[in-house]
Design a protein around this ligand. Structure first.
Ligand code: HEC
Length: 117
């Protein structure tokens, strides 16, 4: 009986934790979307349209972003941190290396990019 109670308590806590984690992620995605679409912060929309997202007058210097949900988060982080690692002649600025976006901001942008189908 004692074990059963412990088990129930543990599952209830695990349930709460996972709800907390997904709410936290939704918040991060929102922050990332804001950074992406705000000219004074990320300004990603200056060069990218995004598949399935409604963006006002995106630029076309960069490719339309799509299928990014399939990319590992680390690869997305690396791309935003420093695109030259995968493309030495990239026209995309190195947001992390240049200190335009800090670690938390890049993680938020990555959470948003992971929602791009
Ligand atoms: C000055 C224009 C410019 C800006 C601003 C810009 N990018 Fe890019 N981006 C590019 C170009 C050009 C490429 C294609 C070349 C390459 O892969 O480096 C690219 C490629 C990418 C890719 C890889 C896409 C693929 O399918 O291979 C991702 C992801 C990306 N950008 C995300 C972002 C994010 C997030 C921001 C904002 C923090 C941003 N970009 C801002 C120009 C830009």
């Amino acid at each position: 009986m004692q074990r059963m109670k412990l088990f129930l308590a543990a599952s209830a806590m695990a349930g709460l934790l996972s709800v907390g984690a997904s709410a936290g992620n939704a918040d991060l995605v929102k922050q990332g979307e804001k950074i992406f679409n705000t000219k004074k912060i990320g300004n990603c929309l200056a060069c990218h349209a995004v598949n399935g997202k409604n963006i006002n007058n995106p630029g076309t210097l960069g490719p339309k972003l799509q299928g990014l949900s399939a990319w590992p988060a680390e690869a997305l982080y690396a791309k935003v941190y420093n695109p030259y690692t995968t493309n030495p002649i990239s026209a995309m600025p190195p947001f992390g290396l240049n200190g335009v976006l800090d670690d938390h901001q890049i993680k938020a942008v990555v959470a948003y990019l992971k929602t791009v189908k």
